[in-house]
Design a protein. Structure first.
Length: 184
């Protein structure tokens, strides 16, 4: 009974607080995650584009991608990263899967993509960009990166699709049975 009364009183007080104070209260008490995008990019021959990063642990090989900037939509962030790192444009993309890395409080949005243009290093952090057949991935490619590639390519559809993904307002809608394209 006492807890119910206290809950009712505290909710009334909370609702009367200025919006800015409530927002700070939520920011201070809720978990915060960084958000990244990654792309498993394939070509007509089924090869996968990998980048050798100067600052990535191990061999440096991995899928392209990076951190989202504040307020940036995932597809826009991926598009920006691909332009900055290797100078390619997204031709076709769909969300393959989304997962969290709880230990480092990160949400990763992995896209399955096709691109236009020749991939060549354009940023200081990229040493090399190369296409690899799935059976010939670089020896130093981490198990985590291999898992991301396999998971993205094994799915014929996606569970989560973000609206407003592309400037043309075309969104890929997918289910486990089929994919369709729709305009918004």
């Amino acid at each position: 009974m006492l807890w119910r009364m206290l809950g009712g009183v505290s909710s009334k007080i909370w609702r009367r607080l200025p919006k800015r104070v409530r927002r700070w209260g939520v920011l201070l008490t809720e978990a915060r995650f960084t958000v990244t995008t990654g792309a498993v990019i394939t070509d007509e021959q089924g090869r996968v584009l990998l980048l050798q990063h100067r600052f990535r642990p191990g061999s440096g090989w991995g899928i392209p991608g990076g951190f989202l900037q504040p307020g940036e939509q995932p597809a826009a962030g991926l598009r920006r990263e691909l332009r900055e790192e290797v100078g390619v444009e997204i031709e076709q993309a769909e969300v393959a899967f989304i997962h969290t890395l709880e230990r480092i409080q990160q949400v990763e949005i992995i896209f399955r993509c096709r691109v236009q243009g020749d991939a060549a290093p354009r940023a200081v952090e990229i040493q090399q960009a190369a296409w690899f057949a799935l059976a010939e991935l670089p020896a130093g490619l981490s198990a985590d990166q291999r898992g991301l590639i396999a998971r993205a390519l094994q799915r014929a559809s996606v569970e989560v699709v973000c609206a407003r993904s592309f400037p043309s307002n075309k969104v890929i809608l997918a289910t486990k049975q089929h994919s369709t394209e729709a305009s918004r």
